[in-house]
Write a protein that binds this ligand. Structure first.
Ligand SMILES: [Zn+2]
Length: 386
């Protein structure tokens, strides 16, 4: 008798960075879990997906988004926007602070079918909108309330501080030092927005420890990861060696090609590739969403396995869920995405400064499976053309 399974994905190229695997294999799903790799002919499947010519990846994890729908100008509701992009898990990067986190949780996290996580903004109000930056005065950091949020809600995976000249104002190093002290006291991770830093970037990374994250790492304002000569600053390399993580969080303009291209040439690849998507950048041609951003890194020469690693295995490890999320190995949760890698397109990756990079390949999302259920499928995958 043939073994029964719910879904058989047949003939696709399995891309599983955690196991350094990229080869044609069948993939079977039962009861929301991935089964050990086996031959299609041994299985009786409720539904068969013909994936010949397509890539099968773990469900993507977008490690930097703004999804406080209804509570922040930046927010959008994640499921309808992100599931069709192959994204099955996402991390909100500080949209809410200790004062409004419970509202974010009730209105977004508990209503979403996706796996959602959050960094808590050090400012109690979080990031309300572009014309009204967070109150950064350390006098208002609310340690007892921050502690209570972290104790109560396990999806909170750290603190977030925007160390940006426009926000930090005259406070200099004080917000970073106070936020770090709180993060260390609560034994949690700190994510620092390092765009337009009010001090040399290396003065920020020098204070970060293993597991802390610098986001917008390829930004080009004020002080960057590069020496004048073009190489990576030795102090930035030292921070990476010490375990500080670097998140691209590109958005429409949180990177600069004058930094990004030389940095990749030097081998300074991102630990995490994330979008920093907001309501105003979602579907915008300068970022669109994670599949287009991943395509940019592919065109810049990063190998496919490494591109997918930076939005599956790596963020899953940061979340401490590497055996359940971000992998296609047997026993993992069946969060899966299917893409076509189109290699005959003319695609221009333009950023907010008007700088462009011309490419010829793009990852097009075709299907998303969440806990063993198909939650998105492009109609084209239903047919084979003669
Ligand atoms: Zn952000």
């Amino acid at each position: 008798m043939k073994e029964k399974v719910d879904i058989l994905i047949s003939g696709g190229t399995i891309v599983d960075p955690k196991n350094n695997l990229m080869e044609q294999q069948d993939l079977a799903i039962r009861d929301g879990k991935i089964l050990p790799l086996q031959q299609a002919c041994d299985l009786q499947a409720e539904q068969v997906i013909n994936a010949r010519g397509y890539l099968i990846t773990p469900g993507l994890i977008d490690h930097h988004v703004h999804i406080f729908d209804g509570g922040s100008e930046y927010g959008f509701f994640p499921d309808s926007a992100l599931l069709p992009m192959g994204v099955t898990a996402a991390v909100d990067a500080g949209s809410a602070g200790a004062a409004n986190y419970e509202s974010f949780r009730q209105n977004v996290i508990l209503r979403s079918k996706m796996k959602l996580f959050a960094y808590l903004n050090i400012s109690s109000m979080g990031q309300l909108g572009g014309n009204f930056p967070e109150q950064i005065n350390p006098q208002y950091y609310d340690l007892p309330r921050i502690r209570s949020m972290i104790d109560k809600f396990p999806e909170i995976c750290g603190l977030k501080l925007r160390c940006d000249k426009a926000i930090i104002d005259d406070w200099g190093h004080v917000p970073l030092q106070k936020t770090l002290a709180i993060a260390r006291e609560l034994d949690t991770r700190l994510v620092v927005h390092g765009k337009n830093p009010p001090m040399p970037l290396e003065a920020i990374t020098a204070q970060l420890g293993a597991g802390d994250i610098l986001c917008h790492c390829y930004q080009g304002l004020n002080s960057t990861i590069l020496e004048q000569s073009g190489g990576i600053k030795s102090s930035i390399q030292a921070a990476r060696t010490r375990g500080v993580l670097f998140d691209s969080a590109d958005a429409k303009g949180n990177y600069d090609y004058q930094v990004l291209i030389p940095a990749l040439k030097e081998g300074f690849v991102p630990d995490i590739i994330s979008t920093d998507l907001t309501l105003s950048s979602l579907f915008h041609p300068q970022i669109y969403g994670l599949p287009l951003l991943l395509s940019k890194y592919l065109n810049l020469g990063l190998p496919l396995l490494e591109v997918i690693r930076a939005c599956t295995e790596k963020p899953a490890r940061i979340l401490g869920l590497e055996n359940r999320l971000g992998t296609l190995e047997a026993g993992a949760i069946a969060d899966i995405a299917m893409f076509e890698l189109k290699q005959d397109v003319a695609v221009v990756f333009e950023n907010k400064n008007g700088d462009c990079y011309n490419g010829n390949q793009v990852l097009v999302p075709l299907m998303t499976i969440l806990e063993g259920k198909i939650v998105y499928r492009h109609m084209e995958t239903m047919f084979r053309y003669r």
